[in-house]
Design a protein around this ligand. Structure first.
Ligand SMILES: C[S@@+](CC[C@H](N)C(=O)[O-])C[C@H]1O[C@@H](n2cnc3c(N)ncnc32)[C@H](O)[C@@H]1O
Length: 270
């Protein structure tokens, strides 16, 4: 079984985030499949290897992304089965909110081929740096925006809430490149069960080209309806409440701590 697959991440910003191990896999591949966020990033990748095949062509307005993803997986698996050393190069981190790399690796492994992933710098990593948000400070919930709408989720208003793919929020067809006001109104109705309309939220876009400026636009939640959103926008909703103490648990822990103290004191007295 000579075919193999490594899915690598190129990071978010052209030329700035690629790791030496990812670059090395690309340079040594027989064929590279790519899914890039930008045409210039694609050209930069093509300078690293002479056989780079873009998966972007499988996307079409009106065509379900489920079909596009299946076709991407099949194209990659075909070359692995042909015995090639295949690399899947994806912008950001290949495993973050990205189904194709996970699915292709799983199928290739089931077929008995070597297949694994190398980490990259994701939009979340850039967001943490650019917005100065530590996900460990008050906790952080993250959802794909449509999934957040389609399923009952329990929002923690004392934690950060990050919604990915906000530009296509609510699209059940999986075939749209953008959703409009009616869809956003439904999302807004959902969010305002927890957050006030005048709550400040952030529209975030990391740099794709080094000359880009980071978008960190603070708007009121109510302004989400008319906000300019793209396929690359991520919505950050800061907490609207302080963390509430769990006194029942704190009391149980206090009892344990007191028992430990008493046992220690007893040992010292014997
Ligand atoms: C299919 S996911 C891919 C995420 C990617 N694998 C990563 O590691 O960040 C696409 C979503 O990622 C986020 N995203 C992509 N590019 C971004 C950028 N330049 N700035 C902020 N968020 C971005 C958006 O929420 C977008 O809808």
């Amino acid at each position: 079984m000579s075919g193999s697959l490594v899915c690598v991440g190129l990071g978010m910003t052209l030329g700035a985030h690629i790791t030496p191990i990812c670059r090395s896999h690309i340079e040594q591949a027989d064929v590279v499949f790519s899914l890039m966020s930008n045409g210039l990033v694609q050209l930069w990748l093509e300078e690293m290897h002479s056989d780079v095949r873009s998966l972007q062509e499988y996307y079409q307005e009106g065509k379900s992304r489920t079909i596009s993803y299946d076709q991407m997986v099949s194209a990659i698996i075909f070359e692995i089965k042909a015995g090639k050393k295949v690399v899947g190069a994806f912008y950001g981190h290949p495993g973050v909110f990205a189904g194709v790399p996970h699915k292709t690796i799983q199928i290739a492994q089931q077929l008995g081929f070597s297949a694994y992933m190398e980490a990259g710098i994701s939009a979340e990593d850039c967001l943490i740096a650019d917005l100065g948000i530590d996900p460990g400070k008050v906790g952080c919930q993250q959802y794909e925006a449509s999934q957040f709408m389609f399923y009952q989720r329990i929002i923690d208003p004392s934690a950060q809430l990050i919604l990915w793919q906000i530009g296509v929020a609510g699209d059940k067809s999986l075939g749209k490149f953008a959703t409009g006001v009616a869809y956003r109104q439904v999302l807004l109705d959902l969010l305002t069960t927890t957050y006030p309309l005048n709550h400040q939220v952030i529209l975030y876009e990391a740099k794709v080209l080094p000359i880009d400026t980071v978008r960190k636009e603070t708007i009121l939640l109510s302004e989400l309806i008319d906000a300019k959103l793209s396929m690359h926008t991520t919505l950050v909703i800061p907490p609207c409440q302080a963390m509430q103490k769990n006194t029942a648990i704190l009391n149980k822990l206090a009892v344990i701590a007191q028992q430990e103290k008493d046992e220690y004191a007893q040992l010292e007295n014997t």
